[in-house]
Design a protein around this ligand. Structure first.
Ligand code: ATP
Ligand code: MG
Length: 435
């Protein structure tokens, strides 16, 4: 997620249209970065933080749909507004499948354009604010997070997988004075160690064979804003030492760079490892730990906030009913009891997935026990052919297809770790292009 709350990437091959789009965006108080074709646009995305894309569909070098797919691979769920004069129905369906936010048909008025951009941006601003909880511990945590947000203090968010660490990081960023600047997330577990350094700090042209052009690192992209170092416990000790230096000196060294570059970045780190154990076992530097753990916040697992299971389940049911356009309203009592009896190892993400599937399957007004697919206990599963292992492989491969091979997203959808997906794929002897 490279997001700068104010900056919009505009992609159009028609110079007049490009100028008009730029003017509209600029007049809204956002800043437009323009690209005349998708290839140029993808390069721009490597070196700039943007909060949304406005793109034409019919362009030279690459068609709009392929461009959207590529941009998705780079930036996950960044909002995209498509502008087209050639909207055929199939085209619209394909584009919507890629999760495009909205559509605008040529010709359109200035107001129609700014209206769409404004609504997408405000949806985005509100994202992360709706942290749902009726648990006392969680309310204290949110208050604490709100208090620390206004400082520049480094925050370490601890918690099991799926407890809402990234969501809390987003909340801290949006509540801080840096909210108009980018929040850049780096998943230290998903990026191979040899690439992580250049991802974080960038490199100069010619720094090594293959470095044909300079690359700006995430720290520089986050300048003025916040960097989220997700799963910091996975970082190698060499990189840990380099990161420590960055935190102490507030400057970074690009690979092959002649001098350090000053950066003003607030750091939020997350981990689901026990860093104390990692230190004792020599895998995590104690000096770095002291630096990043000045303000630790621990998110309790879902099983320790029983009151939240019901409110979260209701919240997700409403959300998915709306999204999937289904007339589902809440749960039957037995269904809630069943949800409350589970251990939720995958925490809120697992609950979210279970409810998502239930809403999808449900043919009733309220969700019942039969709508849950958990532990392979569902009759639909039993009716399927092949072993549980086959079904699991099928599910993983299908999910990867839906995420264009993006393992981080697939892991998220399935409620497992990226590492699990990688191990499973190795086990199957299959692979997807690394994303
Ligand atoms: N309190 C909450 N209210 C609503 N949604 C929540 C809440 N907490 C978490 N979620 C949702 O649960 C999912 C998992 O949250 P998130 O990605 O923040 O967890 P995480 O701790 O970063 O997980 P991981 O350790 O696997 O990276 C997200 O879809 C998030 O929106
Ligand atoms: Mg996370």
């Amino acid at each position: 997620m490279n997001e700068n709350m104010n900056s919009v990437l505009v992609v159009d091959d028609d110079p007049q249209m490009r100028a008009a789009l730029k003017e509209a965006v600029d007049r809204m108080g956002c800043s437009a970065i323009v690209a005349e074709d998708p290839v140029h646009a993808l390069k721009t995305l490597d070196n700039n933080a943007v909060s949304m894309i406005v793109t034409d569909m019919k362009m030279p070098k690459m068609d709009g749909l392929s461009f959207i797919k590529e941009a998705r691979k780079k930036l996950g769920d960044l909002p995209i507004l498509v502008i087209t004069g050639y909207a055929t129905v199939e085209n619209a369906v394909d584009v919507m499948k890629e999760g495009v936010c909205d559509y605008l048909m040529k010709p359109f008025s200035f107001e129609a354009l700014t209206g769409k951009i404004e609504s997408i941006m405000s949806r985005k601003r509100n994202k992360g604010r709706d942290i749902i909880s009726s648990d006392e511990k969680m309310k204290n945590i949110l208050q604490l997070a709100g208090n620390v947000a206004s400082s520049d203090m480094t925050v370490l968010i601890l918690g099991e997988s799926g407890t809402g660490k990234e969501m809390l990081a987003q909340y801290i960023h949006t509540s801080s004075r840096r909210s108009k600047k980018p929040l850049i997330a780096v998943n230290c577990a998903a990026i191979p160690d040899n690439l992580l350094e250049s991802e974080l700090f960038g490199f100069e042209k010619g720094a090594f064979t293959g470095a044909a052009e300079k690359k700006v690192g995430k720290f520089e992209l986050a300048h003025g804003g916040t960097i989220l170092l997700d799963e910091i416990g996975e970082m190698s000790s060499i990189l840990q030492a380099k990161l420590l230096r960055v935190l102490q000196e507030k400057e970074i060294d690009r690979i092959g760079g002649k001098q350090p570059v000053p950066v003003d970045v607030r750091v939020i780190a997350t981990t689901n490892r026990d860093l104390q154990t990692e230190i004792t076992e020599g895998r995590f530097r104690e000096d770095l730990y002291f630096r990043i753990s000045v303000f630790p916040i621990e998110l309790p697992p879902l099983r320790e906030r029983p009151d939240d299971i019901e409110v979260l389940a209701e919240h997700f049911a409403d959300k998915f009913a709306l999204e999937l356009n289904k007339k589902v309203h809440g749960f039957r009592d037995e269904a809630i009891d069943l949800l409350k009896s589970r251990a939720w190892k995958g925490n809120i993400r697992e609950l979210e997935n279970v409810v998502h599937r239930a809403v999808l399957i449900s043919r009733d007004e309220s969700i019942g026990v039969d709508d849950f697919m958990m532990d392979g206990s569902n009759p639909q599963n039993a009716a399927g052919k092949g072993s549980i292992k086959d079904m699991e492989m099928d599910l993983i491969m299908k999910t990867l297809e839906n995420t264009n091979g993006n393992k981080t997203k697939a892991a998220r959808l399935l409620g497992v770790s990226v590492r699990t997906i990688r191990n499973k794929l190795n086990g199957y002897g299959k692979n997807f292009p690394v994303v």
